[in-house]
Write a new protein. Structure first.
Length: 78
């Protein structure tokens, strides 16, 4: 489930960057560099915030079930 959500998020981000970003313009070619810079920064920061929130939620859920490092060690060595 977590891997599927991660893959979906990554696919959506890459489609946004490789599909919409090249076509994005603000007032034609007048401010294209600044517009593309802002588009990329805002999309990337939004993605970072979403992934950070998801990671914090997963860490909190795993801490209630036991030590995260212990669980990761079990997954690696099992």
């Amino acid at each position: 489930m977590i891997k599927k959500a991660g893959r979906s998020f990554t696919t959506a981000y890459l489609l946004l960057i490789f599909g919409i970003y090249p076509l994005y313009m603000h007032r034609g070619y007048v401010d294209i560099a600044q517009a593309k810079y802002h588009f990329f920064i805002y999309c990337s920061l939004a993605g970072l915030v979403i992934l950070t929130a998801a990671g914090a939620g997963l860490m909190a859920a795993h801490q209630t079930q036991g030590s995260v490092s212990h669980q990761l060690g079990q997954r690696i060595f099992d």
